[in-house]
Design a protein around this ligand. Sequence first.
Ligand code: ADP
Ligand code: MG
Length: 199
Amino acid sequence: MLDADFFRRWMTATAASVDREAERLTALDSPIGDADHGSNLQRGFAAVTAALKEESADTPGAVLILAGRRLISTVGGASGPLYGTLLRRTGKALGDDPEVSEEQLAQALRAGVDAVMTLGGAAPGDKTMIDALAPAVDALGESFAAARAAAEEGAVATIPLQARKGRASYVGERSIGHQDPGATSAALLIAGLVEAGGE
Ligand code: ADP
Ligand code: MG
């Protein structure tokens, strides 16, 4: 079972890897975006880490709702509301349980990814974070490690795609040949589950 501490570790592990990879995320956002993805998420997840220290969040659901709210209020770019919605919706789906199963998390994260697709209008293949998140959710029933591998593969598989959503869609065919920054950061988020101590 996964308790609130596990979810806190998930968020702080993600904050640490976003910090480590911020320059790379911003570099990926240069040719097909506005070179702010790394700094956007670095600021957002630093605020999440601070919020989790300052405010009490006693259940898995409360941790994710707090984190999602902080991302929305601190990240100006498209990724803030999208990741914020992902975490808030996932947290809501977990409800008030003090501990949740891996299976509950898999189902809740699916609801979160569905909410991101509704908000952003992106489907798999549009070269967005969905290309990492959707295969990760599909693999989550198997194991966290399988979800991480699926997310990383999904991120790499965005390279040959042409962007159909978000800022990268503005450059049209010139988006082909570049890995999507949001799919790359989504793989960091999913990797955080393994780092938090999941199987
Ligand atoms: P902005 O595009 O506002 O500068 P960021 O650079 O922080 O925001 O984030 C860009 C990432 O957000 C993209 O690489 C993509 O993965 C994701 N993204 C953008 N628009 C959408 C959308 N409509 N649906 C899903 N993901 C999206
Ligand atoms: Mg950007």
